[in-house]
Ligand binder design. Structure first.
Ligand code: TYD
Length: 433
Protein backbone atom coordinates (compact mmCIF):
# COMPACT_ATOMS: atom_id res chain seq x y z
CA UNK A 1 0.00 0.00 0.00
CA UNK A 2 1.37 3.44 -0.84
CA UNK A 3 1.44 6.07 1.87
CA UNK A 4 -1.39 8.01 0.22
CA UNK A 5 -3.57 4.90 0.08
CA UNK A 6 -2.62 4.08 3.60
CA UNK A 7 -3.73 7.34 5.17
CA UNK A 8 -7.34 7.60 6.17
CA UNK A 9 -9.28 10.77 5.99
CA UNK A 10 -8.77 12.60 9.25
CA UNK A 11 -12.08 13.69 10.71
CA UNK A 12 -12.63 17.28 11.72
CA UNK A 13 -13.13 16.45 15.37
CA UNK A 14 -9.77 14.67 15.45
CA UNK A 15 -7.69 17.78 14.87
CA UNK A 16 -7.99 21.55 14.83
CA UNK A 17 -5.84 24.45 13.73
CA UNK A 18 -4.29 26.50 16.51
CA UNK A 19 -5.47 30.02 15.64
CA UNK A 20 -4.38 31.91 18.76
CA UNK A 21 -1.29 31.76 20.91
CA UNK A 22 -1.75 29.33 23.76
CA UNK A 23 0.10 31.71 26.09
CA UNK A 24 -1.07 35.24 25.27
CA UNK A 25 -4.00 34.64 22.86
CA UNK A 26 -2.43 36.73 20.09
CA UNK A 27 -3.28 35.70 16.49
CA UNK A 28 0.27 36.65 15.38
CA UNK A 29 1.50 33.10 14.83
CA UNK A 30 4.16 32.41 12.19
CA UNK A 31 5.01 28.92 10.93
CA UNK A 32 8.73 28.15 10.71
CA UNK A 33 8.91 24.35 10.40
CA UNK A 34 6.81 21.80 8.57
CA UNK A 35 7.64 18.18 9.39
CA UNK A 36 4.91 16.93 7.07
CA UNK A 37 2.17 14.42 7.76
CA UNK A 38 2.92 12.25 10.80
CA UNK A 39 1.13 9.38 12.52
CA UNK A 40 0.36 9.64 16.25
CA UNK A 41 3.86 8.88 17.57
CA UNK A 42 2.86 6.37 20.25
CA UNK A 43 0.24 4.50 18.25
CA UNK A 44 2.02 1.17 17.86
CA UNK A 45 0.24 -1.32 15.61
CA UNK A 46 -0.56 -5.02 15.84
CA UNK A 47 0.28 -7.19 12.86
CA UNK A 48 -3.43 -7.33 11.92
CA UNK A 49 -3.54 -3.52 11.72
CA UNK A 50 -0.70 -3.24 9.21
CA UNK A 51 -2.95 -3.45 6.19
CA UNK A 52 -5.54 -1.09 7.60
CA UNK A 53 -5.51 2.62 6.92
CA UNK A 54 -3.63 4.70 9.47
CA UNK A 55 -4.41 8.32 10.37
CA UNK A 56 -1.72 10.93 9.70
CA UNK A 57 -1.83 14.52 10.97
CA UNK A 58 0.04 17.66 9.90
CA UNK A 59 2.98 18.56 12.15
CA UNK A 60 3.98 22.21 11.88
CA UNK A 61 5.60 24.54 14.39
CA UNK A 62 5.04 28.24 14.87
CA UNK A 63 6.34 31.20 16.82
CA UNK A 64 4.07 33.74 18.49
CA UNK A 65 5.38 37.10 17.36
CA UNK A 66 3.81 38.70 20.44
CA UNK A 67 5.15 36.64 23.40
CA UNK A 68 7.67 34.35 21.58
CA UNK A 69 5.99 31.14 22.64
CA UNK A 70 6.81 28.23 20.31
CA UNK A 71 3.85 25.92 19.68
CA UNK A 72 2.41 23.42 17.23
CA UNK A 73 0.18 24.62 14.43
CA UNK A 74 -2.41 21.88 15.03
CA UNK A 75 -3.92 20.18 18.05
CA UNK A 76 -4.79 16.50 17.78
CA UNK A 77 -7.62 15.27 20.00
CA UNK A 78 -5.91 14.05 23.21
CA UNK A 79 -8.19 10.99 23.28
CA UNK A 80 -6.44 9.80 20.13
CA UNK A 81 -2.97 10.49 21.48
CA UNK A 82 -3.37 9.23 25.02
CA UNK A 83 -5.82 6.35 24.55
CA UNK A 84 -3.02 3.82 25.00
CA UNK A 85 -0.48 5.79 26.89
CA UNK A 86 2.62 3.69 27.17
CA UNK A 87 5.21 5.91 28.81
CA UNK A 88 6.59 4.17 31.86
CA UNK A 89 9.25 6.00 33.84
CA UNK A 90 9.63 2.95 36.11
CA UNK A 91 11.42 1.28 33.16
CA UNK A 92 14.35 3.66 33.41
CA UNK A 93 16.86 3.86 36.26
CA UNK A 94 17.72 7.38 35.12
CA UNK A 95 14.12 8.56 35.72
CA UNK A 96 13.82 6.82 39.10
CA UNK A 97 16.98 8.62 40.26
CA UNK A 98 15.64 11.83 38.76
CA UNK A 99 12.36 11.69 40.72
CA UNK A 100 14.22 10.90 43.98
CA UNK A 101 16.25 14.06 43.49
CA UNK A 102 13.20 16.12 42.60
CA UNK A 103 11.33 15.06 45.76
CA UNK A 104 14.25 15.98 48.01
CA UNK A 105 14.73 19.40 46.43
CA UNK A 106 10.98 20.08 46.34
CA UNK A 107 10.53 19.30 50.04
CA UNK A 108 13.60 21.34 51.02
CA UNK A 109 12.69 24.38 48.90
CA UNK A 110 9.00 24.45 49.81
CA UNK A 111 9.71 23.66 53.49
CA UNK A 112 6.95 21.06 53.30
CA UNK A 113 6.37 19.21 56.56
CA UNK A 114 5.35 15.57 57.06
CA UNK A 115 1.69 15.13 56.24
CA UNK A 116 1.56 18.21 54.00
CA UNK A 117 -0.21 17.53 50.71
CA UNK A 118 1.71 17.18 47.43
CA UNK A 119 -0.36 16.95 44.26
CA UNK A 120 1.24 15.60 41.09
CA UNK A 121 -0.63 16.21 37.81
CA UNK A 122 0.52 13.69 35.18
CA UNK A 123 1.63 11.26 37.90
CA UNK A 124 1.71 8.37 35.42
CA UNK A 125 2.43 5.00 37.09
CA UNK A 126 3.24 6.61 40.47
CA UNK A 127 7.04 6.50 40.13
CA UNK A 128 7.07 10.23 40.96
CA UNK A 129 4.87 9.79 44.03
CA UNK A 130 6.99 7.14 45.73
CA UNK A 131 9.84 9.36 46.97
CA UNK A 132 7.37 11.98 48.32
CA UNK A 133 5.55 9.24 50.18
CA UNK A 134 8.85 7.96 51.64
CA UNK A 135 9.52 11.51 52.87
CA UNK A 136 6.24 11.43 54.83
CA UNK A 137 4.07 13.69 52.65
CA UNK A 138 0.46 12.94 51.76
CA UNK A 139 0.52 12.25 48.04
CA UNK A 140 -2.18 12.61 45.43
CA UNK A 141 -1.51 11.72 41.83
CA UNK A 142 -3.80 12.94 39.04
CA UNK A 143 -3.59 11.18 35.71
CA UNK A 144 -6.07 10.51 32.87
CA UNK A 145 -4.56 7.09 32.01
CA UNK A 146 -6.62 4.52 33.90
CA UNK A 147 -4.14 1.70 33.32
CA UNK A 148 -1.30 3.70 34.86
CA UNK A 149 -3.35 5.04 37.79
CA UNK A 150 -4.27 1.45 38.63
CA UNK A 151 -0.60 0.52 38.91
CA UNK A 152 0.00 3.46 41.27
CA UNK A 153 -3.07 2.73 43.44
CA UNK A 154 -2.12 -0.94 43.70
CA UNK A 155 1.11 0.20 45.32
CA UNK A 156 -0.78 2.40 47.80
CA UNK A 157 0.05 5.62 45.94
CA UNK A 158 -3.23 7.54 45.97
CA UNK A 159 -4.08 8.47 42.36
CA UNK A 160 -7.27 9.78 40.79
CA UNK A 161 -8.10 9.21 37.14
CA UNK A 162 -8.71 12.62 35.58
CA UNK A 163 -7.08 15.53 33.83
CA UNK A 164 -5.86 18.35 36.04
CA UNK A 165 -8.37 21.18 35.51
CA UNK A 166 -9.72 24.07 37.55
CA UNK A 167 -12.82 22.04 38.36
CA UNK A 168 -10.79 19.03 39.52
CA UNK A 169 -8.55 21.31 41.56
CA UNK A 170 -11.62 22.64 43.40
CA UNK A 171 -12.79 19.07 44.11
CA UNK A 172 -9.36 18.10 45.38
CA UNK A 173 -9.22 21.14 47.65
CA UNK A 174 -12.66 20.33 49.08
CA UNK A 175 -11.61 16.77 49.81
CA UNK A 176 -7.97 17.09 50.85
CA UNK A 177 -7.34 20.78 51.65
CA UNK A 178 -4.84 23.00 49.84
CA UNK A 179 -1.52 21.70 48.55
CA UNK A 180 1.83 22.78 49.89
CA UNK A 181 3.43 21.50 46.74
CA UNK A 182 2.32 20.86 43.17
CA UNK A 183 4.87 19.27 40.86
CA UNK A 184 4.36 18.86 37.13
CA UNK A 185 7.09 16.98 35.29
CA UNK A 186 6.69 16.99 31.51
CA UNK A 187 3.07 18.02 31.80
CA UNK A 188 2.66 21.69 30.84
CA UNK A 189 4.00 21.05 27.32
CA UNK A 190 1.16 18.53 26.79
CA UNK A 191 -1.68 20.82 27.93
CA UNK A 192 -3.73 22.69 25.33
CA UNK A 193 -5.87 24.73 27.74
CA UNK A 194 -3.13 26.29 29.82
CA UNK A 195 -5.54 28.84 31.28
CA UNK A 196 -7.63 26.10 32.85
CA UNK A 197 -4.53 24.23 34.04
CA UNK A 198 -2.99 27.26 35.78
CA UNK A 199 -6.31 28.30 37.28
CA UNK A 200 -6.28 24.81 38.76
CA UNK A 201 -2.79 25.35 40.16
CA UNK A 202 -3.66 28.68 41.79
CA UNK A 203 -6.96 27.33 43.15
CA UNK A 204 -5.28 24.42 44.88
CA UNK A 205 -1.94 25.85 45.95
CA UNK A 206 -1.50 27.09 49.51
CA UNK A 207 -0.62 30.83 49.61
CA UNK A 208 2.88 29.85 50.80
CA UNK A 209 2.99 26.79 48.58
CA UNK A 210 5.28 26.06 45.67
CA UNK A 211 4.57 25.00 42.10
CA UNK A 212 7.48 23.17 40.49
CA UNK A 213 7.40 22.34 36.79
CA UNK A 214 9.93 20.63 34.57
CA UNK A 215 10.00 20.43 30.79
CA UNK A 216 12.47 20.14 27.91
CA UNK A 217 14.09 23.53 27.38
CA UNK A 218 13.54 25.14 23.98
CA UNK A 219 17.07 26.61 23.66
CA UNK A 220 18.50 23.08 24.05
CA UNK A 221 16.10 21.77 21.39
CA UNK A 222 17.29 24.49 19.02
CA UNK A 223 21.00 24.22 19.85
CA UNK A 224 21.18 20.41 19.75
CA UNK A 225 18.71 20.05 16.86
CA UNK A 226 16.40 17.83 18.92
CA UNK A 227 13.62 18.20 16.37
CA UNK A 228 12.49 14.60 16.95
CA UNK A 229 11.06 15.79 20.30
CA UNK A 230 8.55 17.78 18.26
CA UNK A 231 5.42 15.66 18.03
CA UNK A 232 1.69 16.02 18.49
CA UNK A 233 1.80 15.36 22.24
CA UNK A 234 4.23 18.25 22.82
CA UNK A 235 1.99 21.19 22.04
CA UNK A 236 4.27 23.87 23.44
CA UNK A 237 8.07 24.18 23.58
CA UNK A 238 8.93 26.61 26.35
CA UNK A 239 11.79 28.99 26.84
CA UNK A 240 11.81 30.72 30.24
CA UNK A 241 10.78 34.24 29.10
CA UNK A 242 7.36 33.35 27.62
CA UNK A 243 6.77 30.93 30.50
CA UNK A 244 7.43 33.71 33.01
CA UNK A 245 4.95 35.93 31.20
CA UNK A 246 2.35 33.15 31.15
CA UNK A 247 2.69 32.37 34.87
CA UNK A 248 2.53 36.07 35.76
CA UNK A 249 -0.90 36.32 34.12
CA UNK A 250 -2.01 33.72 36.70
CA UNK A 251 -0.45 35.51 39.68
CA UNK A 252 2.54 33.16 39.94
CA UNK A 253 6.13 34.42 40.16
CA UNK A 254 9.05 32.34 38.99
CA UNK A 255 11.42 32.58 41.94
CA UNK A 256 14.16 30.27 40.70
CA UNK A 257 15.21 28.00 37.87
CA UNK A 258 17.65 25.13 37.49
CA UNK A 259 19.01 23.49 34.33
CA UNK A 260 18.74 19.71 34.04
CA UNK A 261 20.41 17.17 31.77
CA UNK A 262 17.31 15.00 31.46
CA UNK A 263 15.52 14.52 28.08
CA UNK A 264 18.24 16.29 26.12
CA UNK A 265 18.21 19.40 28.34
CA UNK A 266 15.33 20.53 30.52
CA UNK A 267 14.62 23.16 33.14
CA UNK A 268 13.10 22.92 36.60
CA UNK A 269 11.12 26.04 37.42
CA UNK A 270 10.17 27.06 40.98
CA UNK A 271 7.13 29.36 41.24
CA UNK A 272 5.17 30.82 44.15
CA UNK A 273 1.92 32.73 44.35
CA UNK A 274 2.14 36.53 44.64
CA UNK A 275 4.63 39.22 43.80
CA UNK A 276 8.16 38.07 44.68
CA UNK A 277 11.76 38.67 43.70
CA UNK A 278 13.09 36.26 41.05
CA UNK A 279 16.60 34.90 41.64
CA UNK A 280 19.58 36.15 39.63
CA UNK A 281 19.53 32.79 37.83
CA UNK A 282 16.07 33.57 36.40
CA UNK A 283 17.13 36.99 35.19
CA UNK A 284 20.36 35.75 33.65
CA UNK A 285 18.70 32.85 31.80
CA UNK A 286 16.11 35.21 30.32
CA UNK A 287 18.86 37.60 29.22
CA UNK A 288 20.74 34.69 27.61
CA UNK A 289 17.61 33.66 25.71
CA UNK A 290 17.39 37.17 24.24
CA UNK A 291 21.06 37.03 23.24
CA UNK A 292 20.49 33.61 21.58
CA UNK A 293 17.95 35.19 19.26
CA UNK A 294 14.95 33.35 20.65
CA UNK A 295 12.79 36.41 20.13
CA UNK A 296 13.51 36.43 16.42
CA UNK A 297 11.87 34.31 13.71
CA UNK A 298 15.15 34.13 11.71
CA UNK A 299 16.68 31.93 14.46
CA UNK A 300 13.87 29.43 13.98
CA UNK A 301 14.09 29.59 10.20
CA UNK A 302 17.81 28.72 10.41
CA UNK A 303 16.94 25.83 12.75
CA UNK A 304 14.42 24.58 10.23
CA UNK A 305 17.07 24.49 7.45
CA UNK A 306 19.42 22.54 9.74
CA UNK A 307 16.64 20.04 10.50
CA UNK A 308 16.30 19.19 6.82
CA UNK A 309 20.08 18.81 6.54
CA UNK A 310 20.20 16.32 9.48
CA UNK A 311 17.40 14.35 7.88
CA UNK A 312 19.35 14.09 4.61
CA UNK A 313 22.63 13.24 6.42
CA UNK A 314 21.07 10.48 8.53
CA UNK A 315 19.49 8.87 5.53
CA UNK A 316 22.66 8.96 3.47
CA UNK A 317 24.76 7.56 6.36
CA UNK A 318 22.37 4.62 6.72
CA UNK A 319 22.20 4.08 2.97
CA UNK A 320 25.98 4.00 2.74
CA UNK A 321 26.14 1.35 5.50
CA UNK A 322 23.51 -0.65 3.69
CA UNK A 323 25.50 -0.40 0.44
CA UNK A 324 28.38 -2.03 2.33
CA UNK A 325 26.02 -4.86 3.40
CA UNK A 326 25.91 -3.95 7.07
CA UNK A 327 22.76 -4.68 9.04
CA UNK A 328 21.36 -1.59 10.72
CA UNK A 329 18.67 -1.59 13.43
CA UNK A 330 17.14 0.99 15.73
CA UNK A 331 17.38 1.01 19.54
CA UNK A 332 14.58 2.51 21.66
CA UNK A 333 11.13 2.56 20.05
CA UNK A 334 10.60 6.07 21.36
CA UNK A 335 8.08 8.57 20.05
CA UNK A 336 11.16 10.53 18.93
CA UNK A 337 12.29 7.57 16.85
CA UNK A 338 8.89 7.39 15.23
CA UNK A 339 9.16 11.04 14.20
CA UNK A 340 12.69 10.59 12.91
CA UNK A 341 11.99 7.41 10.95
CA UNK A 342 8.87 8.94 9.35
CA UNK A 343 10.63 12.22 8.58
CA UNK A 344 13.63 10.47 6.96
CA UNK A 345 11.46 7.66 5.56
CA UNK A 346 13.48 4.90 7.25
CA UNK A 347 11.37 1.81 6.64
CA UNK A 348 12.06 -1.94 6.87
CA UNK A 349 14.23 -1.75 3.74
CA UNK A 350 16.75 0.31 5.76
CA UNK A 351 16.22 -0.76 9.39
CA UNK A 352 15.81 -4.42 10.37
CA UNK A 353 13.71 -3.50 13.43
CA UNK A 354 13.85 -1.53 16.67
CA UNK A 355 15.02 -3.08 19.95
CA UNK A 356 13.14 -1.92 23.04
CA UNK A 357 12.71 -2.92 26.68
CA UNK A 358 8.97 -2.11 26.92
CA UNK A 359 6.93 -5.36 26.92
CA UNK A 360 3.85 -3.51 25.56
CA UNK A 361 5.72 -2.37 22.44
CA UNK A 362 7.48 -5.67 21.69
CA UNK A 363 5.84 -7.70 18.92
CA UNK A 364 4.13 -4.56 17.62
CA UNK A 365 5.07 -2.32 14.70
CA UNK A 366 6.00 1.35 14.75
CA UNK A 367 3.45 3.89 13.50
CA UNK A 368 3.94 4.99 9.90
CA UNK A 369 7.12 3.11 9.03
CA UNK A 370 5.88 -0.26 10.37
CA UNK A 371 9.22 -1.36 11.79
CA UNK A 372 8.96 -4.45 14.01
CA UNK A 373 9.68 -3.79 17.70
CA UNK A 374 11.98 -6.50 19.03
CA UNK A 375 12.86 -7.36 22.61
CA UNK A 376 15.97 -5.72 24.00
CA UNK A 377 17.22 -9.19 24.92
CA UNK A 378 17.26 -10.32 21.29
CA UNK A 379 19.85 -7.70 20.29
CA UNK A 380 22.68 -10.11 21.13
CA UNK A 381 21.05 -12.97 19.22
CA UNK A 382 20.72 -10.89 16.05
CA UNK A 383 23.79 -8.70 16.57
CA UNK A 384 23.06 -6.00 13.94
CA UNK A 385 26.34 -4.28 13.07
CA UNK A 386 24.89 -0.82 13.78
CA UNK A 387 22.07 0.39 16.04
CA UNK A 388 20.64 3.88 15.74
CA UNK A 389 19.90 5.20 19.22
CA UNK A 390 16.42 6.61 18.91
CA UNK A 391 16.35 6.86 22.72
CA UNK A 392 19.40 9.16 22.72
CA UNK A 393 18.13 10.67 26.02
CA UNK A 394 19.18 7.37 27.65
CA UNK A 395 22.39 6.98 25.63
CA UNK A 396 24.64 6.56 28.65
CA UNK A 397 22.37 3.99 30.34
CA UNK A 398 21.89 1.98 27.14
CA UNK A 399 25.47 2.10 25.89
CA UNK A 400 26.87 0.96 29.22
CA UNK A 401 24.23 -1.77 29.52
CA UNK A 402 25.06 -3.11 26.04
CA UNK A 403 28.73 -3.78 26.71
CA UNK A 404 28.57 -7.33 25.35
CA UNK A 405 26.95 -6.11 22.11
CA UNK A 406 29.78 -3.65 21.68
CA UNK A 407 32.43 -6.23 22.59
CA UNK A 408 31.11 -8.38 19.78
CA UNK A 409 31.56 -5.51 17.34
CA UNK A 410 28.15 -3.80 17.55
CA UNK A 411 28.24 -0.04 17.15
CA UNK A 412 25.80 2.71 18.10
CA UNK A 413 24.84 5.68 15.96
CA UNK A 414 23.55 8.86 17.59
CA UNK A 415 21.25 10.56 15.06
CA UNK A 416 21.39 14.20 16.23
CA UNK A 417 22.72 16.92 16.01
CA UNK A 418 25.11 15.32 13.49
CA UNK A 419 24.46 11.65 12.71
CA UNK A 420 27.61 9.88 13.91
CA UNK A 421 28.98 6.54 15.04
CA UNK A 422 29.68 6.62 18.79
CA UNK A 423 33.33 6.34 19.86
CA UNK A 424 34.09 4.98 23.34
CA UNK A 425 36.83 5.72 25.80
CA UNK A 426 37.52 3.09 28.43
CA UNK A 427 39.02 4.02 31.77
CA UNK A 428 38.91 2.20 35.13
CA UNK A 429 36.75 -0.53 33.59
CA UNK A 430 34.04 2.04 32.73
CA UNK A 431 33.17 3.27 29.27
CA UNK A 432 32.25 6.76 28.37
CA UNK A 433 31.62 8.22 24.98
P1 TYD B 1 11.26 7.79 25.87
O1 TYD B 1 12.39 8.32 26.64
O2 TYD B 1 10.00 7.49 26.59
O3 TYD B 1 11.05 8.78 24.70
P2 TYD B 1 9.75 9.31 23.97
O4 TYD B 1 9.13 10.26 24.92
O5 TYD B 1 10.36 9.95 22.74
O6 TYD B 1 8.88 8.11 23.66
O7 TYD B 1 11.66 6.47 25.07
C1 TYD B 1 12.66 5.64 25.46
C2 TYD B 1 12.39 4.29 24.84
O8 TYD B 1 13.58 3.53 24.99
C3 TYD B 1 11.29 3.51 25.57
O9 TYD B 1 10.47 2.85 24.62
C4 TYD B 1 12.05 2.49 26.40
C5 TYD B 1 13.32 2.31 25.62
N1 TYD B 1 14.47 1.94 26.45
C6 TYD B 1 15.10 0.74 26.18
O10 TYD B 1 14.70 -0.01 25.27
N2 TYD B 1 16.17 0.37 26.97
C7 TYD B 1 16.61 1.15 28.00
O11 TYD B 1 17.57 0.79 28.69
C8 TYD B 1 15.95 2.41 28.24
C9 TYD B 1 16.42 3.31 29.33
C10 TYD B 1 14.87 2.76 27.44
Amino acid sequence: MSLAEHQIEVKQQDIFRNEYCRGCESPKLETFLNLGQMPAPNRFLNRAELDQAEPFYPLTVELCNECNLVQLGHVVNPEILFANYVYSPAASKTMIRHFDGLAQIAVARSEAQPNDLVVVPGSNDGTQLKPFSRLGLRVLGVDPAKNLAEIANSEGLNTQVSLFTEEEAKNIKDQHGSAKLITATNVVAHVHDLKDFFKGVTTLLDKDGMFISEFPYLPDLIKKLEFDTIYHEHLTHFALAPYQRLLATHGLTIVDVEKLEVHGGSIRVFAKPGDRQPSGEVESLIATEGAQGLNNISTYQRFSKDVYQVGRDLRSLLESLQDRNYTVAGYGASAKGNILTNFCRLGPEILSGIYDSTPYKQGKFTPGMHLPVLSEGSLLENQPEFSVLFAWNFAEEIISKQREYRKRGGQFIIPIPVPSVVKYVESNGKDSY
